[in-house]
Design a protein around this ligand. Structure first.
Ligand code: ADP
Ligand code: MG
Ligand code: MG
Length: 866
């Protein structure tokens, strides 16, 4: 089978075989764009290499043919003393992994051809500059010589000469550097191959090997990219951005990757090559400046940007080089962007008629939405802090944390439970592990397309780069701004929208949904079968969820309301009372408080359905734990210490989660549920007086049988009926049940007789189906995941096989009894996109999840329908 394709033979559909870079170079070539000629060695060749650890004879023969063809096409020849052909050897996997793998430029230069290039271009400095770059890249990529060893040589000579920039290096300096670089090879027992062919072969092997380098492996794990894709290799004729002040190299995005705003966005450097722009070594100019410096080139670039966007129907990330005023495209791909930019771009592309709504909905990763709902700094708190320094706002967000100066230290601090911010001079792909765990990334150098900026945006982390006032000394573990010194572990706050850095912790406020996201969520809602509700115990939660477009409350856990100090006291009075008489006073006090809780929620929800679950947890959770507390409570309640201890001992259970909780409490202490129902009705009456109609949805936890549910239901409706007839009004209400025990699933047809709705409590159901105590899984679940005995944590992503089958059974049985029975899911997995898709497939009517996951679940619900 053919293992090499010239660019004109490929197209963008061939990315599995040609890699993303190769497929797009092919596509651009066929679009007639100025792409330097070259060819792509396939991922199949990579697999072949990985198996044999050698390049096969057939591949070598094919390579020879293509190298000759390239010589013919360019009219230059390898090793030619007058017109030497130079190429780059570039990695390119089917899924883009920016900066993770290797590329070598200027291949074909050696001690002879460097002189030929000098004569040919009448520019000796340029030729030697290209050669020293080749020596450094080749040494690093092929022989694993450390990049910093080469950097140190360069820095030493610059220091000796008092230069501030690489551009000041003269031809003689460069020749010295080349000698020193060769010495680095010799010191390592290596030599630089003079034969261009040998260089090419070594480079190809190195690129294939780089698929398995450590940072690439970590990047794939983090981004869920399969291990077995392999990489293609592109061999491409060199064009030179370092050929003088009328040459340059740059990176451009067709829209702003941080905000999604429509405008050509990017950076370039004159007289520079390859990685100079993204490596942060020199801080590049914004592309807008090119408009002044080379208006024709700028216009051509802008036109190409438009062509490519129209063609790919998405925002593109372009790499270009200008050689003596001539523009060349070296790469195009769908640009990485922040979640917020992704949403804005998708919505804008619909409005521009390039894609339809369905495609816009499918393009956004549901999980990424929670990353874009950044909290913002509280404006008042912010006003009390002075800006320490300002950089480029590379990735939005408001982050606060302790500062660390190396990736390894950031990672260690994170593992020790700290909230960290990584601050570096600049970042390289080696820093990936530290970046993953950081709230924000701050660099002193680099531009908007630097490695740090791209990675921060990709991860949804806050990012500020090019903060020139900052100087980081990773060895001393300090960073300085003017005369202010930051030490490792100091708290700082970073605003990725303004680029400001502050000292100290600044409090944040709730996130708001911005315009494009609101539009996208509207489209998602219109497209989905399932509703999306929120779990909310407080008006604050509810407010946040409503801002995110929740359809109502799917679960209010009333027990959380009892943990405030003055309520806890009443709760303890209640639990510890000797008899019904002793319970009266605390019940009355609690009833008043709950009435206000329910009133607030109902009022805020206006017209949206609110489901309130009656008390669920074991009573001992409300009791004091340590000696000091026991003393205090005994005093507060006017009990003897040993009386209290006796009561506590009586309530103690061996397995509280399987004990006296949920509706079992209603059977033994009916007055607690009765109190909650009364509080609810008082709230309903108050709102009725204000002209607001509420239909309470009352949910009974832990039901096991129809008889049990009927018993509790009678308790609830007796209370309601007594109150409504006394008040003389009609209130419609619904009484439903949680389905969270295997027995409830199996007998759901009977239970449905007594229920107006079901709601799966997936946490308890998972716990009881597996027999895993949710509070104890920490000791064994990680081992199950690591040994792949479980595919995922069933408390995070629903176990479709076991728990899912029980749910399906319960739905079918429930609906056999009542065909229109509303069935929800509340619990952790209600906001997990994979689980949401599964729930849609088995006929769940709605999910309920924590407020910040409402947009995630909404989009997942839409994607499940599309
Ligand atoms: P990465 O995948 O890390 O971006 P690339 O293969 O795209 O690596 O190479 C990095 C940079 O090297 C490119 O952006 C481009 O500036 C430069 N480069 C690669 N090939 C050539 C070439 N044939 N001529 C000029 N510059 C090149
Ligand atoms: Mg590239
Ligand atoms: Mg439960």
């Amino acid at each position: 089978m053919k293992q090499i394709y010239v660019f004109a033979e490929g197209n963008m559909e061939m990315r599995a075989l040609l890699g993303g870079k190769g497929a797009n170079l092919a596509e651009m070539t066929n679009l007639g764009l100025p792409v330097p000629p070259g060819f792509t060695m396939t991922t199949a060749a990579c697999h072949d290499y990985q198996q044999q650890h050698a390049l096969s004879d057939t591949l070598l023969a094919e390579l020879d043919e293509h190298l000759q063809a390239l010589e013919q096409a360019t009219g230059k020849r390898f090793d030619d003393p007058t017109a030497p052909l130079l190429v780059s050897v570039r990695s390119g996997a089917p899924i883009s992994m920016p900066g993770m793998m290797d590329t070598i430029l200027n291949i074909g230069l050696n001690d002879q051809t460097v002189q030929a290039l000098a004569t040919l271009t009448a520019d000796t400095r340029f030729a030697y500059d290209s050669y020293r770059r080749l020596l450094a890249m080749f040494g690093n990529v092929v022989y694993g010589l450390s990049e910093s060893a080469f950097d140190d040589v360069l820095t030493a000579i610059k220091q000796e000469k008092g230069y501030t920039s690489d551009l000041a290096l003269t031809t003689d300096d460069l020749k010295r550097i080349i000698q020193a670089f060769k010495q680095l090879y010799t010191d390592a027992g290596k030599s630089f191959p003079q034969s261009p062919k040998a260089q090419i072969l070594a480079a190809i092997v190195a690129v294939f090997e780089s698929w398995n380098n450590r940072r690439a492996v970590i990047y794939r794990r983090e981004n869920h990219i399969p291990e077995d894709l392999g990489t293609a290799v592109n061999v491409q004729t060199m064009v030179f951005g370092n050929a003088g002040e009328d040459s340059g190299t740059g990176v451009a995005f067709t829209r702003d990757p941080a905000t999604g705003k429509r405008a050509l966005f990017g950076e370039y450097l004159l007289n520079a090559q390859g990685e100079d722009v993204v490596s942060g070594v020199r801080t590049p100019q914004p592309v807008a400046v090119l408009h002044e410096q080379m208006p024709e080139v700028y216009d051509q670039l802008a036109a190409i940007a438009t062509t490519l966007e129209q063609h790919y129907r998405d925002m593109q990330d372009l790499e270009f080089t200008i050689e003596h005023g001539e523009l060349y495209l070296l790469q195009a791909r769908n640009g990485k962007r922040t979640p917020a930019a992704a949403v804005k771009i998708a919505v804008d592309l619909v409005n521009e008629g390039l894609i339809d709504r369905q495609e816009a909905l499918m393009r956004i990763e549901p999980k990424s939405l929670s990353d874009m709902l950044h909290p913002e700094f509280d404006p008042q708190a912010l006003a009390a802090h002075d800006v320490l320094a300002t950089g480029l706002p590379a990735s939005p967000g408001a982050a606060t944390g302790e500062v660390y100066f190396t990736a390894a230290e950031a990672k260690a601090a994170h593992e020790a439970g700290h909230q960290v911010i990584l601050m570096r001079q600049d970042t390289s792909p080696e820093d990936i592990e530290g970046m993953i765990v950081s709230q924000a990334i701050v660099t002193a150098r680099g531009g908007m397309t630097s490695h740090a900026a791209v990675v921060a945006r990709g991860m949804g982390a806050t990012g500020v780069v090019g903060m020139h006032a900052l100087s980081v000394d990773e060895h001393a573990k300090t960073a300085t701004v003017g005369d202010i010194v930051l030490h490792e572990g100091d708290w700082v706050s970073v605003d990725g929208t303004t680029g400001h850095l502050y000292r100290g912790r600044i409090t944040t406020t709730a996130a708001m949904v911005k315009e494009s996201l609101a539009t996208l969520l509207d489209w998602a809602k219109a497209a989905s079968r399932m509703g999306v509700y929120t779990n909310a115990d407080t008006p604050k939660d509810l407010q946040q969820a409503l801002a995110f477009g929740a359809d109502g409350i799917g679960l209010t856990r009333t027990e959380h309301m009892f943990f405030q100090p003055e309520r806890l006291l009443q709760m303890r009075r209640l639990i510890l009372a000797k008899d019904a008489e002793g319970r009266k006073a605390p019940l009355a006090a609690l009833e008043k408080m709950q009435e206000q809780d329910f009133y607030d929620l109902y009022r805020l929800a206006t017209g949206k359905s609110v489901t309130i679950r009656l008390l669920d947890p074991p009573l001992h959770e409300f009791l004091p734990h340590d000696l000091r507390e026991i003393n205090e409570v005994a005093n507060e309640l006017g009990l003897e210490q040993n009386q209290l201890r006796e009561r506590m001992a009586a309530l103690k259970e061996v397995n509280p989660m399987l004990g006296h909780r949920g509706d079992r409490l209603a059977v033994t202490f009916p007055d607690i549920y009765a109190m909650q129902v009364r509080a609810m009705m008082h709230a309903v009456f108050r709102l009725a007086d204000e002209g607001v109609t509420v239909t309470p949805h009352i949910m009974i936890p832990l039901t096991n049988s129809e008889t049990e549910l009927r018993w509790v239901r009678r308790l609830v409706s007796n209370e309601i009926e007594q109150m409504t007839s006394a008040k003389g009004i009609q209130v419609t209400y619904e009484v439903g049940t949680m389905i969270e025990t295997p027995r409830a699933c199996v007998t759901a047809d009977a239970i449905a007789n007594a229920a107006d709705f079901f709601s799966f409590g997936t946490n308890d159901l998972t716990q009881l189906t597996f027999g895993y105590s949710r509070d104890d899984v920490g000791s064994f679940l990680p081992a199950y995941l690591e040994k792949k005995i479980l595919p995922a944590d069933p408390f995070q992503t629903v176990d479709t096989e076991g728990v899912g089958t029980l749910m399906k059974m319960a739905i079918d049985k429930g609906r056999a009894t009542k065909s229109q029975l509303p069935i929800g899911v509340c619990g952790e997995v209600g906001g997990d996109p994979d689980s949401v898709a599964f729930f849609d497939s088995i006929g769940v009517s709605y999910v309920s999840c924590s407020p910040y996951r409402v947009p995630v679940a909404r989009l997942a619900a839409a994607q499940a329908t599309l």
